[in-house]
Write a protein of this length. Structure first.
Length: 48
């Protein structure tokens, strides 16, 4: 684990770092979880 990431409370640091390196907000959202959610929904569907 990198020193700057101590747990869930530090996800904001990751998002801020991505933005600081030129990632667009839409891309940051994808990296931070939207890609996983999309994969999960396509692979397993939603339960009614």
């Amino acid at each position: 684990m990198p020193g700057w990431f101590g747990g869930n409370r530090d996800f904001g640091n990751l998002a801020d770092g991505l933005r600081a390196h030129g990632f667009a907000d839409a891309d940051v959202r994808k990296v931070m979880g939207e890609n996983w959610l999309s994969f999960f929904e396509r692979s397993f569907g939603t339960q009614a």
